[in-house]
Design a protein around this ligand. Structure first.
Ligand code: CP3
Length: 353
């Protein structure tokens, strides 16, 4: 790793993800655009469906930029959702107020998805248009992050039909008929690759892959349904876009984070709140950038405990390339002041040390 001067003209998030040890730590927050922002709630009351917002390039651009206009953040993540993929594959997806996503019956035959690239990309074209609009807006040194859900997490929603505590349907299928389940996962690898490539072509400079339910699997299943397909997606993207940094988020993976990093070859890994920072700094391969991992509830509650938690993270990762983030998304009742304090604390950390 090399050291650079502060007058680096490039984007802090991108140089940090490329392995350059910068004097300051970049920061962005998962779910930084969303219900905790009054300007988001104002726009949201006038729209019936959340997916309509995701598919309206003007509104999605405005929402993506809301936290950027308000705070000193180093990245804008495109306003969309991981469930646009099943939607584009023809499965009904609805978001029910207060309950979360609800999906209709799956559109597959023993794991065979009907994959029509042109139809799929044309359904998702508003997402790419949004990224183009963000790219051509005045965002200065803010990097643009595109994203997708990982195959396992998307499959859980497709098969369970919504949120679940037991994962019994999706796990049941994977144990009873692993061949057809693997076909489904491989089909999702193809669709996810298309979606990510198209986001990069539209202007995404960094990619994050969300595997929110990686933590519910046995080690063997974690390898087969999380690591293997993610490695394939990373390879596919690197084949055409070797310069684009990829952040993986196998939430809840525990010590499995180490194998995940070694085997998927992601450039950076997003750590959930349960991962001990000193363990991660010592055990996750040094060429992998670490992202995370403030508890969203510490942010919501603020005060001294939040400040202590922020400083511990910054201190424990001071020898590593680090991107400050939460361990999961911003909670809807989070006070704006706490977000401001968090960003100020991270941004002033270097001058105070
Ligand atoms: O700011 C950002 O982070 C970008 C936009 C973004 C959203 N969802 C917007 C959203 C991103 C990156 C996601 C990812 C996502 N979506 C994940 C992976 C990360 C994670 O949270 O584990 C998952 C599992 C989903 C699926 C999903 N979308 C659920 C379970 C829900 C309902 C829960 C909730 O918070 O409402 C959503 C809805 C959703 N996605 C909202 C937003 C802003 C709230 C919609 C509303 O305004 O009512």
């Amino acid at each position: 790793m090399t050291n650079r001067k502060t007058e680096n003209p490039e984007k802090l998030l991108i140089t940090t993800l490329s392995g350059i040890k910068e004097p300051s730590t970049p920061i962005w927050l998962m779910r930084q655009a969303g219900r905790y922002l009054p300007e988001y709630r104002k726009l949201r009351v006038n729209t019936n469906s959340f997916l309509d917002l995701c598919y309206s390039p003007d509104m999605a651009t405005t929402i993506t930029l809301q936290p950027i206009r308000r705070f000193n953040l180093d990245a804008a993540i495109v306003f969309s959702d991981i469930l646009v993929i099943p939607d584009a594959l023809g499965q009904e997806v609805k978001f029910v107020e207060g309950e979360g996503p609800r999906l209709g019956p799956m559109n597959e035959d023993r794991g065979h998805l009907s994959l029509d690239k042109q139809k799929f990309l044309s359904h998702l074209s508003p997402v790419y248009e949004t990224i183009q609009k963000i790219s051509s807006s005045d965002i200065g040194k803010t990097a643009i992050i595109g994203f997708a859900g990982a195959p396992w997490t998307i499959a859980t929603y497709m098969i369970e039909g919504g949120p679940t505590k037991t994962f019994s349907k999706v796990k049941g299928w994977s144990y009873r008929d692993p061949d057809s389940f693997e076909r489904l996962i491989n089909g999702l690898v193809v669709a996810i690759t298309w979606h990510l490539e198209q986001q990069i072509q539209a202007g995404a400079e960094v990619i994050q892959i969300f595997d929110s339910w990686a933590g519910v699997l046995s080690p063997k299943s974690f390898h087969r349904w999380v690591i293997k397909p993610t490695r394939q997606i990373v390879q596919n993207i690197k084949n055409s876009y070797s310069h684009i940094p990829i952040i993986g988020f196998p939430r809840g993976a525990g010590i499995g984070y180490v194998d995940y990093v070694n085997e998927t070859k992601v450039n950076a890994v997003s750590l959930d709140t349960t991962v001990p920072t000193r363990w991660a700094a010592e055990n996750i391969p040094k060429d992998c950038v670490l992202q995370g991992n403030l508890d969203p509830d510490a942010l919501l509650n603020g005060g001294i405990p939040m400040l202590e938690h922020i400083r511990t993270i910054l201190r424990d990762f001071s020898e590593r390339n680090h991107v400050f983030n939460l361990g999961h998304g911003v909670l809807p009742t989070t006070p704006i002041n706490n977000v401001e304090t968090l960003i100020k604390t991270v941004k002033s950390y270097n001058s105070s040390n």
